[in-house]
Design a protein around this ligand. Sequence first.
Ligand SMILES: Cc1cc2nc3c(=O)[nH]c(=O)nc-3n(C[C@H](O)[C@H](O)[C@H](O)COP(=O)(O)OP(=O)(O)OC[C@H]3O[C@@H](n4cnc5c(N)ncnc54)[C@H](O)[C@@H]3O)c2cc1C
Length: 551
Amino acid sequence: MPDIEVPVLIVGGSLVGMSTAMLLGHHGIKSLVVEHHRGTAIHPRAAMITQRTMEVLRTVGIERIVMRASEQQFVQDGAIMALESLAGKEISYFIANLNEGVRDISPSLRLFITQSLLEPLLKARAEELGADLRFSTEMVSFEEDRDGVTATIRHRDTGQMHTIRARHMIACDGARSKVRDQLGIKMLGHGIFSKSITIYFRGDVAPLLRGRNLSVMYVVNPTLSGFFRIEKPFNSGFLAVHWLGDPKNPVTDVSEGLTDQRALEYLRCGLGNDQIPVTIENVMHWDARADTAERFQRGRIFLAGDAAHVMPPSGGFGGNTGVQDAHNIAWKLAMVLKGQAGPDLLSTYEVERRPAAAFTVEQAYSRYVMRSAPYLKSENMQPIENDLNVEFGYIYDSRGIVKEAAAKEAAGREAGKPTHENPRDSHGRPGTRAPHVWLIRDGRELSTLDLFDRNFTLLAGPEGEAWCTAARAASKRLGLAIDSHRIGDSGIADPSGTFLAQYGLAPSGAVLVRPDGFVAWRARTGEAASAEELSSALASILCIDAARRSA
Ligand SMILES: Cc1cc2nc3c(=O)[nH]c(=O)nc-3n(C[C@H](O)[C@H](O)[C@H](O)COP(=O)(O)OP(=O)(O)OC[C@H]3O[C@@H](n4cnc5c(N)ncnc54)[C@H](O)[C@@H]3O)c2cc1C
């Protein structure tokens, strides 16, 4: 007999494990998280949070809390640039203002907040939503069978062991995932290209910033290549160092034989100043690599976050990609566990997330080569895509999406399927993130995205009442809540008048949006509006068998 039974066991309670627990809780699913460390992250590590991740935090009600915490910690809307040293010559700006030119795409903004500040906020929300969080606890073994996973966990201080029985397990146990190893899943990609270090320091470096509003400062000079992040009030931060010496023949093992004195020399070189008193608080050693797991699922076990994909920090995509994994798997597990969807829905997790993650890994690698390591061969490097394409533009192509006839034909014609695009070009096409449009309800502004929550949501044009009626009937037929809204009628106004164009609809058309905010199905007009049509689309998306479809 197991000591504890729980629907979902999460191994690893850092950024991605905690996000997964929070999102499962949002969907009403209990999870148990085991985390080796005594508490949430103590090192800052990830800080750049994409608009898409902020949209996820908005859904679970903590966007504003996170924004306030970020304002305390970092300058907002800073630049990302390269310079010879903090005090030295500026080389180039990669991004002049973090949110310039992207405010129209989302109700949320990009910001910086360290993992050490963000994780307690995720933890608090996960606990409110019912997650059972066990720190100082490690998973020591697991076995999977037809019906679930049995795992043994051990408290690090007391040595007390417990047996856990879960229907599913999610491995959020990081880049060196033991779960992944035990499942025999390989990592594929560029491998390790640097033994990097992060030097955490204290010291009043404000004079070196010279009033510039900087979020990330890449440093490239004859001694080293790396990057700085400095926290308010500009008296603490870190310097990550990727390689040393001659860029044509660099030393990429920065970690081996590192002494306190050497670390201080690197820091002083990056600062371009040896007068300001600085103290080193800590040095972290980590591998810069760009790899994606060959599988994201084996049976009832899923990989998420760094366990599934590891990328260099250039671009700030690593943790964000993991949050999107969590967002993708949470609603699917919830619907399967509640009996609202067939188990095959879970296989769409890998089909959707692996290409999106692999693309992001390549984009991070390309940024690493271009910004920090031009000595790496660039033949097997993807051209750099616009950040928005990486953050929002990945396209899902799985059973969880009903493709349109035109898209099916196009896919058949093309040798390689597109995996991403500019999100401004997707216009509500199934498989893409549902666009953001500002609306007004009861005199208050809200985004289309605020209408997507735990259920599938039908958004119809102002003359799309037939689809709303069909949604109510389909909901009864499938025993599944469907939210439906007509946009542009008196209930929800479309003050910019752009909703129909943004979603590619005629006034009588409708789209069906999944709980993760991706368009699952679309009828451009009301011609085919019927409960049968919508039920059949939903049943296909949710992998519901024929018997239940016709019930
Ligand atoms: C210098 C630096 C800067 C970065 N900047 C950014 C950025 O700006 N934006 C961004 O998105 N990403 C960034 N990243 C990447 C980001 O830090 C990672 O992608 C993110 O931490 C991955 O989170 P995770 O939860 O998947 O894995 P991890 O953070 O590695 O967490 C895994 C957890 O699992 C636990 N664990 C492992 N095995 C067990 C076990 N058997 N039992 C119990 N617990 C276990 C570990 O203790 C650990 O806490 C940066 C990384 C670095 C190094």
